[in-house]
Write a protein that binds this ligand. Structure first.
Ligand code: GLU
Length: 615
């Protein structure tokens, strides 16, 4: 991985042939620079078919980096870390070394699935009432929490990359991060999407001096088509790689993170109330990425592996699939299948909100939530001709109550939507499904001065106050605790061999996006590209189901409304467009054939590539 290969196939894209720009140390971070006409990002395609390995992500630079690693003989783990590091450069508002995530890995040799929980943690000084105002006893405003040091969790992404490479990789951190360092130094071409995401954040970015300096070069939005460079991030990556990530957990980058969290660099003249954080250097030293067993359930003879708590992704997708298995979905009755999908998701979300949190802090009934018997009880609540009334109450998976009245629950807590997902496979059959995030698009909006990366606001995923008085809430803030996530990096196998790898960003809509994609593919007869492209609807135990515009205009809508379903336009997520999720997925055929699938339109379309395309 030390040199850029020049022997590439025609399908290989422009990154490899970009003229290398001088690394001008004097260049101010992100100084806009005109691109030469030949300097374009790698070409984008949403679907690629072939063999020898594959990568799909939201960004063509990042996908290209992963493919280059595979071509040079790296395995899926090497390529996943390299792709993630590149995403930290080119998608800095969705992920990076200031955040966390969940890494799911299928090992072809042992035919087993393993995961890394790289979720951020609350600092040791965090208390269950840290997000309440002592004067009122009420939760502090969500927005105040987002844009604050208080919401910054101890980053888990550097430890995740280290753990993944140490455990299953074949290259060093320095090798895996080298292509990303090069992009940070040389620059990437500003896309409409990058500009739009900056614009969405402009007001809050202006409130933090280093953020405005980095992402609003010369005080303005980055100009589409110009080069965006981040030499400070390149230096940060170099130092992290050189020290095996110790610079974050034991060294000077960590020191700067703590300083920034405890004393956020608010711009002169800003009127924003910015709370200080609680993080200390000992919190960084204590951080561990955890190897965990995945969740596993079966669905029509397939094994579905995903992320166990601290994420609710695996239990909630799994419970919903278990419920659906009782209902015999058929493409011949798509409306009924969509109705069942919405109802299963509604019920699974009721259980998720009641039972799932960091398993180090409460006894999460992971096995019971995924029990087929429990799913049978929950499925029996679903009526073919009328929707349940939300919020439906949670069940008790340890004491299933048969087909009892569902009762009334509590509304779903608010969650932001950001994040990014990537999938990789290699020629040996290893697979990675990896979701990583800094929580909101733009995270806390706080950049570590001189370090080139944003800090997360992941601790806003805690419930600020108990969801229901008198009922234990497993997701209250706590010292060293991981806030509940919705990330659901998933790998589906049949007889021990991978069939599908899938995941998505989108906060709590991650769960419904992964679930709907699987239902589309496995039950409704769609191909994987069709399953990804289909309009999305997201029901999370709310009175209304969020829907994308294409669904609201479809004939399925009135048919489902006749069954009592109610739809509203999904709120803007990553951009001003009302989109739900942004899937990256792989499907494995016979003889090593792989289909890589990215979004054709959402987030301006993602990037799928294979090592050896089928002509
Ligand atoms: N914080 C979210 C979660 O862990 C991910 C960020 C997002 O997609 O909004 O579920």
């Amino acid at each position: 991985m030390t040199t850029r290969r020049t022997v590439v196939t025609a399908a290989s894209t422009a990154l490899l042939t970009l003229p290398l720009l001088p690394h001008t140390a004097a260049a101010s971070p992100a100084a806009p620079e005109k691109t030469s006409p030949g300097l374009q990002p790698p070409a984008k395609q949403a679907v690629a078919v072939g063999h020898g390995g594959a990568v799909a992500s939201v960004n063509p630079y990042a996908t290209q980096v992963g493919i280059d690693v595979l071509r040079r003989g790296g395995n899926a783990i090497d390529a996943a870390v390299a792709t993630a590091a590149a995403l930290g450069v080119v998608e800095p508002y969705s992920c990076g070394v200031g955040g966390g995530g969940y890494f799911v890995h299928y090992d072809a040799r042992t035919r087993t699935v393993h995961t890394i929980d790289g979720r951020e943690t609350g600092p040791a000084r965090m208390r269950s009432d840290s997000f309440t105002d002592p004067a009122t006893g009420k939760a502090i405003p969500f927005d105040d929490a987002v844009n604050s040091g208080l919401s910054v969790g101890v980053p888990g992404t550097p430890a995740t990359w280290r753990k993944a490479l140490d455990t299953w990789g074949t290259v060093s951190l320095a090798e895996a991060m080298r292509p990303a360092i090069r992009i940070a130094d040389d620059g990437f071409v500003v896309s409409e999407q990058f500009r739009a995401q900056t614009e969405m954040n402009e007001d809050r970015f202006r409130d933090f001096t280093p953020t405005a300096r980095l992402f609003l070069p010369n005080g303005r939005l980055p100009v589409v088509g110009t080069l965006f460079r981040n030499p400070e991030l390149a230096r940060t990556y170099r130092e992290l790689a050189r020290t095996g990530m110790d610079a974050m957990y034991l060294g000077d980058i960590g020191r700067d993170v703590v300083r920034t969290v405890r004393n956020p660099p608010v711009a002169p003249g800003s009127t924003r109330t910015v709370r200080r954080g609680l993080m200390e250097r000992s919190d960084l030293a204590a951080y561990r990425a955890i190897l965990r067993a995945p969740t596993r359930t079966t669905y029509h003879g397939l094994d579905v592996y995903s992320m166990a708590p601290s994420s609710s992704g695996g239990t909630t997708v799994g419970e919903a699939l278990n419920i659906l298995e009782n209902l015999r979905l058929s493409p011949a009755d798509k409306v009924r299948a969509l109705h069942d999908y919405l109802e299963a998701s509604r019920i699974a979300f009721a259980d998720r909100n009641r039972w799932v949190g960091d398993p180090a802090f409460s006894d999460v009934p992971t096995r019971e939530l995924l029990a087929k018997e429990y799913a049978k009880d929950r499925a029996c609540l679903i009526r073919p001709t009328s929707a349940l009334t939300s919020p439906v109450a949670p069940g008790d998976p340890r004491h299933p109550a048969g087909c009892a009245d569902p009762g009334t629950g509590v509304p779903e807590p608010y969650e932001g939507r950001s994040t990014t997902h990537l999938v990789v496979s290699d020629r040996w059959g290893n697979v990675v499904s990896y979701t990583l995030t800094i929580e909101q698009t733009g995270g806390s909006a706080i950049t570590v001065p001189g370090r080139g990366f944003l800090l997360n606001n992941e601790l806003t995923d805690f419930d600020f106050t108990p969801l229901r008085a008198g009922v234990p809430d497993p997701n209250l803030p706590g010292a060293g605790k991981r806030p509940r996530s919705s990330m659901a990096p998933t790998i589906v196998t049949r007889d021990g061999r991978p069939v599908i790898a899938v995941g998505s960003p989108g906060g709590a809509t991650i769960i419904t996006t992964v679930l709907q994609t699987l239902v589309n593919r496995l039950d409704l007869g769609m191909t994987l590209p069709e399953a990804v492209a289909a309009p999305r609807i997201s029901q999370r135990n709310g009175a209304a189901t969020e829907a994308e515009p294409a669904f609201l205009d479809s004939p399925d809508r009135p048919a489902l409304e006749a069954l009592g379903q109610h739809f509203v336009l999904a709120p803007p997520a990553f951009t001003p467009s009302p989109e739900i999720g942004a899937v990256a997925a792989l499907e494995f055929g016979s003889h090593g054939r792989v289909t890589a699938v990215a979004e054709p339109k959402r987030r301006d379309g993602g990037s799928a590539m294979v090592v050896h395309p089928t002509s």
